[in-house]
Design a binder for this molecule. Structure first.
Ligand code: IPD
Ligand code: CA
Ligand code: CA
Length: 254
């Protein structure tokens, strides 16, 4: 099954690269900066079509809502963001990913994050490690904050003065705008931590498994544990950076 899903991911990626040579139809969703294109929808349709053909009893939770209305994670559930980083896709034509996770009764089985333009496929299987283009990723190295590169994908920096201190103390700060890739980058050691804005299961489920398989920690800032069917704000980090980031993300009481 893993092999077949991988061929779908590569096929979808090839189609996305082809579509980027044509004019995109761009629309907005919840607000003016929440973009969606014909390619997002077409890619989700492609995956839903394949899943329903091969695994008709499975449920699909996709960002563009083309398939099922998923209200719980019982059974086998596919969690798909056809293009994570649509703003990058539209404006930069790079730094976006296909994010696809397969869950069984609420537990992750597989996660795929495919950086389409750089042809980098991050993959993890529960209990069997994480891989980049087939090569196993090493366990995460602990680094002190003074040597850490941290990605902030959030506009709440100004509400959390603790994060200002992190900006001062860390070696470097980044903001890539594609949550799934930022999590995969922590897994690869290109980043040491990632602090997210308000995100949904399709943004992070695949990345979460990939980073956990190399010893990374993923925690919710707003729930006791990660709540897949609610909006989340996550901290993704090597264990030693976690408490610094948790403290820094506190909202001061008024
Ligand atoms: C977005 C990206 C972005 C994050 C947003 C997400 P989309 O996904 O992951 O990095 O900051 O919250 O919605 O809309 O491009 O699939
Ligand atoms: Ca997304
Ligand atoms: Ca998306």
């Amino acid at each position: 099954m893993k092999q077949i899903v991988e061929t779908w991911v590569y096929e979808a990626g090839e189609n996305i690269r082809k579509r980027l040579t044509e004019t995109l139809q761009v629309e907005t969703k919840a607000h003016a900066n929440d973009l969606v294109t014909n390619v997002d929808r077409e890619t989700e349709e492609f995956f839903v079509g394949k899943i329903k053909e091969y695994y008709p009893d499975d449920k699909v939770l996709g960002e563009e809502g083309i398939s099922d209305e998923v209200t719980d994670l019982t059974g086998r559930v596919w969690i798909i963001d056809p293009i994570d980083g649509t703003m990058n896709f539209v404006h930069q034509k790079q730094f976006f990913a296909i994010s696809l996770a397969v869950y069984q009764d609420g537990e992750a089985l597989w996660g795929f994050v495919y950086d389409v333009m750089h042809d980098e496929l991050f993959f993890a299987e529960h209990g069997k490690g994480a891989y980049l283009n087939g090569e196993r990723l090493s366990p995460l190295k602990e680094v002190p904050l003074s040597e850490a590169i941290i990605s902030f994908n959030t506009d709440y920096l100004y509400e959390r003065p603790g994060l200002e201190l992190i900006v001062k103390k860390a070696r470097g700060i980044r903001a890539y705008g594609a949550c799934s890739l930022e999590m995969a980058y922590v897994a690869k050691g290109r980043l040491d931590a990632f602090v997210s804005d308000s995100i949904s299961a399709w943004d992070y489920c695949a990345g979460k498994l990939i980073v956990e398989e190399v010893g990374g920690t993923v925690i919710s800032q707003i729930h006791n544990q990660v709540e897949y069917l609610k909006k989340e704000q996550l901290i993704v980090a090597t264990p030693s950076l976690l408490s610094d980031l948790q403290n820094a993300c506190q909202i001061p009481s008024k």
